[in-house]
Write a protein that binds this ligand. Structure first.
Ligand code: 13P
Length: 290
């Protein structure tokens, strides 16, 4: 098994109306926890790293870990560059093996967003690297980005059609009311907007901010055409919460094999839950490029 382009995973997901979960990972333990759960459920998976993940662990080291684990767990893995903002950064990581990238230029005006995404797509497609881009803007904190509610705005369906046509991207991240991180109140998801975009845009659609969204909302979003669901915050909270509890009960503990395992097992529960909402269990076979 090997590291593949996201488009091969999303082709089947779009066709069969399920979603591939994309989990933000940061080190060996978080990768291992996600893959253990995905192997048990026979779910396809995207492992996502933001620029700050790759400041914590170099891309080539994380890539080597994923490649090795793909063999151990017999799962094809898409290792995705999440929320990358510069062509040069993406280019270096593609040369080091990346085959899935998000160029996030959603903060730029439409024309500038298109121009940067087009450059990234032109480059990435030469290397069979699939490209995701975002139109509209999610609120919340993700990596180095802190977007206030006032700065966020939803995706316009007409612009989405135009954006896909002009950029040649493989998948489109849309803003329909989710945000990165936890919510103060239940999020208001614009399902009608999602349905409109899904019927008018021919490529897989991506939902960011998958943590802390009510289960039935995720299920409905997938039914309406979301093919990839991104989840980060809930994994971190589960891992950290379990480790904190472990130390509160075992204040003298110092062996990472024990306290890490507790964190990993808690994280796995979140992964099982998101696999269920995405409907991705048992869908390991890779689709051909549509
Ligand atoms: P959450 O942290 O809200 O789950 O969002 C993750 C995400 O969208 C990564 O791109």
């Amino acid at each position: 098994m090997r590291i593949i382009s996201t488009k091969y995973l999303l082709a089947r997901a779009k066709q069969e109306r399920f979603a591939v979960p994309a989990f933000n990972i940061h080190n060996a333990e978080t990768i291992q926890a996600v893959l253990e759960a995905c192997h048990e459920r026979q779910s396809p998976v995207i492992l996502a790293g933001t620029p700050s993940t790759f400041r914590h662990i170099a891309f080539q080291d994380l890539y080597a870990l994923c490649q090795s684990f793909a063999g151990t767990f017999d799962i094809p893995i898409a290792l995705h560059l999440d929320h990358h903002e510069a062509l040069g950064d993406i280019r270096n990581k593609v040369f080091a093996g990346a085959r899935s990238a998000m160029i996030d230029a959603s903060h730029l005006p439409f024309g500038d967003n298109v121009a940067l995404v087009r450059d990234v797509t032109d480059f990435c497609h030469k290397y069979d690297c699939s490209v995701e881009a975002e139109l509209g803007r999610l609120g919340g904190i993700e990596d180095d980005q802190d977007v206030s509610a006032g700065q966020s705005f939803l995706t316009d369906p007409d612009e989405a059609v135009e954006f896909v046509k002009l950029t040649g991207i493989d998948s489109l991240a849309i803003a329909i009311g989710t945000a990165h991180g936890l919510y103060k109140d239940t999020p208001k998801i614009d399902f009608e907007r999602l349905a409109t975009i899904a019927t008018r845009v021919g490529i897989p659609i991506v939902l960011h901010g998958g943590s802390d969204v009510p289960d039935d909302y995720i299920i409905r979003a997938v039914q309406l055409g979301i093919s990839k669901v991104n989840v980060g915050t809930e994994l971190k909270i589960a891992f950290a919460g379990a480790v904190k509890h472990y130390f509160s009960v075992n204040p003298e503990a110092n062996d990472p094999r024990f306290y890490m395992r507790v964190g990993m097992d808690a994280m796995k529960q979140v992964v099982y839950s998101k696999i269920r909402l995405c409907g991705s269990a048992g869908k390991l076979t890779i689709g051909s490029e549509s």
